[in-house]
Design a protein around this ligand. Structure first.
Ligand SMILES: NC(=O)c1ccc[n+]([C@@H]2O[C@H](COP(=O)([O-])OP(=O)(O)OC[C@H]3O[C@@H](n4cnc5c(N)ncnc54)[C@H](OP(=O)(O)O)[C@@H]3O)[C@@H](O)[C@H]2O)c1
Length: 252
């Protein structure tokens, strides 16, 4: 990684890929001035590692965020404003997500509603709340080319949200929530590029997290190293793209 953003915010950063992204960003050289990690809850076992890291690392801020709790987003945006100030927020990684595995026989309204709330509506409304800070970052760094040194929204999606790759069916809540997130990525990419903000969808690979399980073929390390190389290379040609963690393109 030869470039780095001034600030990056990652949701769902208390475990899995989100936590690994935080650790890698802090260990990178150069590294951001502000790594902002959000966690659904604080003060318990689930966020202990993240909070211990923050106690040792002045560049890491940990904030509480349940991505289903849309009414709290404006307050969170104010807190982030107080951290990043005139530089704005360069990178928003909508990483928090859930995977309720249901097929046609057992899917329920609640499964669909809950999954869309977290995987689809949360990222959209959070992006809306952070727009002033993303725009500020893009204009503050207007001497830089489009990319993560200016302003980028990354939606953590899944290949399971690719309609053209779906040959095995099922997984109604997850597939449809990520397909809808991909549609949001595309609209954001059209709407925001004039403001110097680019947007893309990224599939981290089937990775060995709690969600991916221990038999997943990709380690957290491989996934995160690949994604960070990809993030650093994002440019105007990446706007509205759907990428695998290794940088290759995925069909919608
Ligand atoms: N691992 C894979 O194979 C894979 C493949 C494709 C896509 N992805 C995507 O990659 C992203 C990260 O996945 P992962 O593998 O790291 O999953 P994970 O290990 O299950 O972690 C999920 C993270 O999301 C958080 N989260 C869930 N619902 C939330 C909510 N309502 N508010 C705030 N945080 C919430 C969790 O917080 P708590 O600890 O509070 O639950 C946790 O930090 C997800 O969007 C997932 O869909 C993963």
């Amino acid at each position: 990684m030869t470039t780095t953003p001034y600030s990056i915010l990652i949701t769902g950063a208390n475990r899995g890929l989100g936590l690994a992204l935080v650790k890698h960003m802090l260990a990178s050289n150069p590294r951001p001035h502000h790594v902002i990690a959000t966690s659904r809850s604080l003060g318990g076992e689930g966020s202990k590692e993240l909070e211990e890291l923050a106690a040792k690392e002045p560049r890491l801020s940990v904030l509480q965020l349940n991505v289903d709790n849309y009414a709290t987003f404006p307050t969170l945006a104010k807190e982030v404003d107080g951290i990043v100030k005139e530089n704005g927020l360069n990178v928003l990684v909508n990483n928090a997500g859930i995977h309720i595995r249901r097929g046609l026989e057992d899917v329920t309204v609640d499964d669909m509603t809950q999954t869309f709330a977290t995987n689809t509506i949360g990222p959209l409304m959070l992006t809306q709340s952070f727009l002033p800070l993303l725009k500020r970052a893009a204009s503050h760094a207007s001497d830089k080319p489009l990319g993560w040194q200016r302003a980028v929204v990354i939606n953590m999606t899944s290949i399971l949200g690719s309609i053209s790759s779906n040959n095995s069916g099922g997984l109604y809540p997850y597939r449809s929530s990520k397909a809808a997130l991909n549609a949001i990525t595309k609209s954001l990419s059209v709407d925001l590029v004039k403001d110097g903000i680019i947007t893309c969808s990224v599939h981290p690979g089937w990775a060995q997290t709690d969600m991916g399980g221990p038999n997943a073929p990709v380690t957290i390390e491989e996934s995160v190293q690949g994604m960070l190389k990809l993030f650093a290379k994002l440019d105007e040609n990446s706007n509205g793209g759907f990428f695998l963690y290794d940088g290759s393109t995925i069909n919608w």
